[in-house]
Design a protein around this ligand. Structure first.
Ligand code: MN
Length: 361
């Protein structure tokens, strides 16, 4: 397996900075995954921590909020420290961090309340795969073509193995890194999945990674609360425009009676969008403070972002959202239907205006 050459200078500097801390538990590497850490941010942090520890380097991982229940199964997840403003923890970390590494985020950004702690370290590094305008620097390793930071850490593992002449593979490392690869690629289906992603996955499979278990925990598992939300979302759904528009609502009392948490709501609007024939899906959710949160998803025929912008929100072309204050759910629903009427009237007019025959080849 060939290590992508572009990584080598960055990896060499990062390995130097880490390996000089080997055997010195009072001088530690501290990992900072982005706020609301997901499978890639946590999987790559845990994988890197376990990897460095095999080389005698002491590592801490500090996150911004409690590890989400669905990621609690990751090997060594219980050792993750939560930054909750505890002064003693901050002091301990400040004293012993020799190298702070931002994981899956650009420098300093998306670290929330941990930013000062990260910046207080004598040395900082970044490992990230988002598009950013970070200037290249010795300990800044950014590759926006990597599907996941877990892909980058897998190559870092191979780099260390070659440099040190060791086999560092371990089932726990592979499991953590595979979890992040699967998360950020939608189980190897998103367009970011490259031959390098599969090559990295192949390296991880030197160990018997329980891929089926990972897939079911990361993607298929449904909490009892989520099951109820799916039921409520489905039964409140209303289709219009020959089944091309779908709107559903979750009222505040449903949230209260089901008693679910934020992650139980993931995927609900995608469920609406996936209904056959749907081009535009909107889910409205009454928040406890009276605001209404709207999630918008669309097919390639419609601009979800433009739709959300009309209600003061924004996002991506196919996935967007908005929050409105001081509205009754019923009133907002009527406004959404009216906006959808305009969108589909325009769409139908555009289709009618197209030449009857397609382009000639
Ligand atoms: Mn990521």
């Amino acid at each position: 397996m060939d290590l992508p050459r572009a990584y080598i200078p960055g990896f060499a500097a990062l390995a130097d900075a880490c390996l000089e801390l080997a055997g010195r538990p009072e001088r530690r590497v501290v990992l900072y995954p982005h706020v609301n850490a997901d499978g890639d941010a946590l999987g790559s942090s845990l994988g890197l921590a376990l990897l460095l520890e095999r080389l005698g380097v002491a590592v801490d991982i500090i996150v911004g909020e409690a590890v989400p229940g669905k990621l609690g199964f990751l090997p060594a997840a219980s050792r993750i420290l939560v930054h909750d403003g505890d002064a003693a923890l901050e002091r301990r970390l400040t004293e012993r961090q020799a190298l702070a590494i931002g994981i899956d985020c650009p420098a300093g950004e998306r670290l929330g309340a941990r930013r000062a702690l990260y910046e207080a370290a004598p040395k900082q590094a970044i490992i990230d795969h988002h598009i950013s305008d970070l200037a290249p620097a010795p300990l800044i390793i950014v590759n926006s073509r990597a599907a996941a930071v877990c892909e980058m850490i897998t190559w870092f593992q191979l780099y260390l193995e070659r440099r040190l002449g060791l086999d560092l593979s371990h089932i726990d490392i592979s499991t953590c890194l595979m979890a992040g690869l699967m998360t950020d690629t939608g189980r190897f289906s998103f367009t970011n999945t490259s031959s390098r992603t599969f090559a990295a996955a192949s390296l991880l499979m030197r160990q018997p990674v329980p891929t089926q278990q990972l897939a079911s925990r990361l993607f298929d598992a449904v909490t009892p609360a989520k099951l109820r939300f799916i039921g409520e979302t489905a039964s409140a759904a209303e289709l219009r425009h020959d089944g091309r528009f779908i709107l559903s609502t979750l009222e505040a009392d449903v949230m209260t009676s089901v008693g679910g948490v934020e992650t139980d709501l993931e995927g609900l609007v995608a469920l609406l969008r996936d209904v056959e024939g749907v081009d535009l899906a909107v889910l409205l959710r009454e928040m406890p403070d009276g605001d209404i949160r709207g999630n918008v998803r669309s097919s390639e025929r419609i601009d979800a972002q433009a739709f959300a912008r009309a209600f003061g929100g924004g996002g991506h072309l196919r996935a967007a959202g908005f929050t409105v204050h001081g509205h009754q759910l019923g009133t907002l629903q009527a406004e959404i239907f009216a906006a959808a009427d305009r969108v589909f009237a325009q769409l139908d007019a555009d289709v009618a205006a197209e030449p009857a025959s397609g382009p000639e080849f």
